[in-house]
Design a protein around this ligand. Structure first.
Ligand code: FAD
Length: 402
């Protein structure tokens, strides 16, 4: 039997089936919502059944059972911190694990296209930094990783939890001492149709396309404003910045109107994880660990799920990374994607129909993006609630010390 995706919510598009097929009988193809699914070419297929064996929906990938720990903090290199999405834990871990003869896998972007690739020189790591909120094209990277593992090289593979599960399924449960896996804590991937409509609008207005889309530009010390910065292919170097509270992308996506169907029933939004290390934003930092707030320049949450992961993370502490261990259950409290999947918005199919239609960007956002309430805007821009809480905490600490 060959793979047959009868229900779209039972395929996360990890691509393990494509890479395991030595007859090149499977390709990934975008559906009308912009998500990729495997398509089997019956002529080349020999019905060996390997594609089903590596499908994480047929044979679930076992979650790690070792003791987990939580850590928080940020990398001390300011330039790298500025380029990183959260607190730069990814770079700190790479610096520690990749000493010599290493290969690093991650997601890079070329305009709106996001794809997985590998580098053999840490000097090129910047292309993997910055979260790209779009499912990356995984290509042949599981097979490439296996080749390097067999050669005895150190492999660091980063991606979404379902991509790490895809890699582990592809490796058929075999463990490698020279492999370290890092997953981002992920609540889903949005349809690329939205940003494509956004680019259409940019083209109409500026007569050029998008050069880079930085979803989480730090803008100095505005990490939790989740500023999106669009740089254009324009000789005048036009850039457009938009804070989260005014950005229709965040409004529509975080209302769960345009996520991949499988994300609504994600197999990995649990506290047990598939990778050695899970990385996320240290949300709630101003409440439960204000000493790590880092003046809103960005802070990372690091969850270690294996002994190997814990060893690496413990050795970055105080070694280019300022941080400490956190209470695991507190960390979990502020991380929805480690507790449950997002719920599908009942209006999703109507929103996706509009995105698929010829409706233009302005009409889409008028219909689907919700403006932020005045109360929220005041709390963010006038009161500055997180910063205020941290300053109050610092004041109390100073009094105590005095
Ligand atoms: C689609 C997506 C959803 C996320 N959702 C959440 C969330 O709900 N809550 C939360 O706390 N954190 C979430 N994150 C993780 C967070 O945004 C940061 O990526 C993480 O904290 C690492 O930050 P850093 O500063 O250590 O790394 P950076 O140096 O910024 O490194 C980014 C890392 O993310 C990987 N990456 C970037 N884009 C992609 C992609 N499209 N697909 C696969 N891997 C990618 C890179 O390979 C690299 O390992 C999400 C990330 C992505 C990509």
């Amino acid at each position: 039997m060959s793979i047959n995706i009868a229900e779209k919510n039972k395929c996360c598009g990890c691509g393990a089936c494509v890479q395991v097929c030595s007859h090149q009988a499977i390709i990934m193809r975008e559906d009308e919502e912009g998500f990729r699914y495997p398509i089997v070419d019956k002529v080349n297929c020999v019905e060996c059944g390997l594609c089903e064996k590596v499908c994480q929906y047929v044979n679930q990938v076992e979650k790690n059972k070792e003791t987990q720990s939580a850590f928080g903090g940020h990398i001390t290199n300011e330039k790298v911190l500025n380029e990183s999405t959260s607190g730069g834990a990814f770079t700190a871990i790479v610096n520690e694990w990749c000493d010599n003869d290493y290969v690093i896998f991650g997601a890079e972007a070329d305009g709106l296209n996001v794809f997985h690739s590998f580098i053999t020189d840490k000097g090129n790591l910047s292309k993997f930094r910055r979260s790209k909120y779009s499912q990356s094209v995984i290509g042949n990277t599981y097979a490439d990783a296996l080749t390097f593992l067999k050669e005895g090289r150190k492999v660091l593979f980063s991606g979404t939890p379902c991509q790490i599960a895809g890699l582990r399924a592809f490796l058929r449960g075999k463990t490698y001492e020279n492999l370290l896996t890092i997953e981002v804590i992920c609540e889903g991937v949005p349809s690329p149709l939205f940003v494509r409509k956004y680019e259409d609008k940019i083209r109409a207005k500026y007569s050029c396309g998008i050069a880079t889309l930085d979803y989480r530009y730090k803008d100095g010390d505005r990490w939790d404003y989740e500023v999106m910065r669009t740089s254009l292919h324009n000789p005048n170097g036009v850039t457009i910045k938009c804070d989260r509270w005014f950005n229709p992308f965040w409004s529509i996506w975080l209302n769960h109107l345009m996520s991949r169907p499988s994300c609504y029933q994600c197999l990995y939004t649990t506290s047990n994880r598939v990778a050695d290390i899970s990385l996320g934003d240290l949300w709630g930092v101003h409440i439960y660990c204000p000493d790590l707030y880092n003046s809103n320049k960005g802070a990372s949450l690091i969850i270690t799920n294996t002994e190997k992961g814990e060893k690496v993370v413990k050795s970055i502490m105080g070694n280019g990374f300022e941080g400490r261990e956190l209470d695991f259950s507190q960390a979990l409290k502020y991380q929805g994607p480690m507790r449950k999947s997002i719920s599908e918005n009942p209006q999703r199919s109507e929103c996706m129909t509009d995105l698929r239609s010829s409706m233009d960007y302005d009409s889409i956002i008028k219909k689907w993006a919700k403006p932020s309430s005045l109360r929220l805007l005041i709390s963010k821009y006038v009161w500055g609630n997180n910063r205020q809480k941290v300053n109050w905490w610092r004041f109390k600490q100073a009094i105590k010390k005095y």
